[in-house]
Design a protein around this ligand. Structure first.
Ligand SMILES: [Zn+2]
Length: 339
């Protein structure tokens, strides 16, 4: 019996100190086919019935204890392995400060266009869009630009081969499309990309952006136009502008004007941006030509309107003090990252 206790104590000690491999060996040494306890149980035949009972009872008890201890130890190993595995596969949600890419931002032209649209929205204009591929009718004829007008010269316009379609040279065809769909009163801006067949330099590009504005109602006058443009410049540049209307000529407006604004940078005293003129040319505008109203079946005796076209690049150049339009299209990240 003393021997049995010794066997159990020893086995317990070994189980406690074993790793997974050693545990298998210990199990086989005590409980296996030729294990110590198995041998004892097998040898019971040689004892008297009384001893057989006593030794059998103790040996079975020892066997149960060791089995349970080995099982517990095994479970412990399984749990530890699982924890180890989970640690290994754990997803790391902590912020990674060394992420190598910086946050993107809008291109300065997109940003300027959005800000301009927002300013016009606050002045009660709605937004419309037109296609970049236009027909001769929308781009020229409906806008009172007759067949042999210089603006139709192939030097200025990209025609699509073999068709009478072209890349719009201004956002003004948007006016016609809006007026065809809606009846006056209307007050709308048409933003978009336009194309000219010309070489690029510091202030010209073959692709650029415009925002076209149009208001048609009864009794719309030049004064309404002047008020709205003054308000726009005020809202957009956060500056009380001094503007002047210079007589000009566009086929689709009569009278026509170009609007200069007193230089925002030098307040009129002359600087590099305004080429020492004190004034900066900002946009073209005028009272909608009666022929344009007629082309969309509006009665020019009843309705009048104003229209304006603003170059988005020009406004962005003024806002950010940029003196070369080509910078917008070169996609130099050192330039773009500043916005
Ligand atoms: Zn200036």
């Amino acid at each position: 019996m003393d021997n049995m206790n010794q066997i159990v104590n020893e086995a317990m000690k070994r189980i406690k100190n074993s790793d997974i491999e050693m545990l298998k060996i210990v199990k086989s040494e005590y409980l296996g086919k030729n294990g110590i306890l198995t041998k004892i149980l097998k040898s019971l035949l040689h004892y008297s019935i009384e001893d057989r009972k006593k030794i059998g009872f103790e040996a079975n008890k020892a066997k149960t204890i060791l089995e349970s201890e080995i099982e517990k130890r095994k479970e412990g190993f399984k749990k530890a392995l699982l924890v180890q595995k989970m640690q290994k596969e754990k997803l790391n949600f902590s912020p990674i400060f060394y992420f190598p890419f910086s946050k993107g931002s809008f291109h300065p032209i997109v940003q300027t266009m959005q800000d301009m649209i927002l300013a016009f929205k606050s002045l009660g204009f709605s937004i419309a869009e037109g296609p970049e591929i236009e027909t001769d009718w929308y781009n020229f004829e409906a806008l009172n630009i007759p067949e042999n007008h210089p603006a139709k010269d192939v030097q200025d316009t990209f025609y699509l081969d073999g068709t009478e379609r072209l890349l719009r040279t201004h956002t003004s065809p948007g006016q016609i499309r809006v007026m065809e769909k809606l009846k006056p009163p209307l007050k709308v801006v048409v933003p978009g990309r336009v194309y000219r067949n010309e070489a690029s330099d510091a202030s010209h590009s073959s692709t650029f952006h415009q925002i076209e504005g149009l208001r048609v109602d009864k009794n719309v006058t030049l004064l309404d136009l002047k008020i709205i443009l003054t308000k726009f410049i005020h809202i957009f540049f956060c500056y009380e502008p001094c503007i002047r209307f210079r007589p000009s000529h566009f086929q689709f407006t009569e009278p026509s004007a170009e609007v200069d604004v007193k230089c925002l940078f030098c307040k009129g005293s002359g600087c590099r941006v305004c080429k020492n003129l004190g004034w900066i040319e900002m946009l073209g505008c005028g009272i909608v030509h009666p022929n344009v109203l007629k082309s969309v079946n509006y009665d020019p005796e009843l309705y009048s309107g104003y229209a304006f076209g603003i170059g988005v690049e020009r406004i962005a150049m003024l806002k950010y003090g940029i003196d070369d339009i080509r910078l917008f299209y070169e996609n130099d990240l050192r330039f773009l990252k500043q916005f």
